[in-house]
Design a protein around this ligand. Sequence first.
Ligand code: 4AD
Ligand code: MG
Length: 461
Amino acid sequence: TAVIRELFKQSDKHLGKSIRVHGWVRTVRVSKSFGFIELNDGTFFANLQVVFEENLDNFAEVARLVTGSAITVTGTLVESPGAKQPFELKAESIEVVGTCAPDYPLQKKRHTFEFLRTIAHLRPRTNTFAAVFRVRSLAAFAIHKFFQERNFVYVHTPVITGSDAEGAGEMFRVTTLDFDRTPRNEAGQVDFTRDFFGRETGLTVSGQLEAETYCQAFGRVYTFGPTFRAENSHTPRHAAEFWMIEPEIAFADLQDDMRLAEDMMKYVIGYVLDNAPEEMDFFNKFVDKSLLARLANVLQSDFGHVTYTEAIDILKNAPEKFEYPVEWGADLQTEHERYLAEKHMQKPVFVTDYPKQIKAFYMRLNDDQKTVAAMDLLVPGVGEIIGGSQREERLAYLEQRMAELGLSHEDYWWYLDLRKYGGTKHAGFGLGFERLIMYLTGMGNIRDVISFPRTPKNAEF
Ligand code: 4AD
Ligand code: MG
């Protein structure tokens, strides 16, 4: 059995040979004595043209095939007289494997992304989503390849956890549906705080703290897994469940961290451009006409660097009118981030040294005592794609910061141990995988780059 991708990539090997392919019918055109099927098997962007003639035993059945049917074709691959395709499959037999009901929603016309979200179980069959999810798969592979080639150890951190890694109170609680087994207090009310066999737990918001523990053993580690945020956000770039890549490096500072992030981003962009040229051309044509030029540019230039304080100045002097106020001490909003990356720098830019009050407890305090050694990477079209920092390795500083924020020693004692036992300076970051896919494809909505988005009103599948 051949796959269509191989036929296109190595057609000389298969021309003149008898082959068998499985796939789904995209379109059928029939005349009296012959017909054409555009066949797609999910392995490649282009369809394979199948030609069939009256001599098929089941010509009438094949002639009635509709979009969406599954078939197996045996035949010979021959050069095509038509100009549209280099070769075609001359069918000797066509087996109808699965017929397709007439109410199939994916008829040959353009559908809106909004509509396709309501049929998330069928949308990977469309060209756009086939391209998105192929790029997503390649990008995931590229990330592993990048880190593995650099001696990083891949660590699987837990999904159910007892600590809030960001200290931001955005955790989903883990509880049982079996109310009879749920612990109760003296008044007989359900006690959710002891729900996980006597402890309060939630779904992880980040694997960072656990990754830090492995970093202090392996020197260089990364995680790559699902993370969860209980935010009722209705934006094109927030989801309640998303995938995050979190490297952590020992004996390293913020500069090392940013170098790693820039190298990784360029590696993944290069890998996807090299390994999915058809998909990337498609995005450039139908989704974002400046995509390829922009990505090529990124590979050729250094990322920008500004401090948060400089960024505030830039935004205050911008000709743009922003919806949200720009003020030292306030967090940057998407509109600010996009202005900095798209208009001011016109390329990816690191913003560093944010005020400590808008960043997480674990970030290393700078000498000015007001800012922390944080970095966000902002990219055109998306805004924040990476958040990272040098970590506070000084036990006393960390304990003080945790006390200020009301984080209890009891929940983080193991994290504090790292600072007692051979602690090193270290740094890391988190790359939002869906935002990376948005950036790589030009797709404008996070709901369209994750298979089954978990956003408000999107948990049906
Ligand atoms: O900036 P964040 O919250 O940083 C952390 O979680 C750190 N613990 C990372 C680290 O240093 N190891 O999240 C990191 C990235 C963001 O830059 C963004 O790309 C993505 O994760 N992200 C989301 N993506 C989709 N939906 C959401 N609700 C997201 N929240 C964060
Ligand atoms: Mg962030």
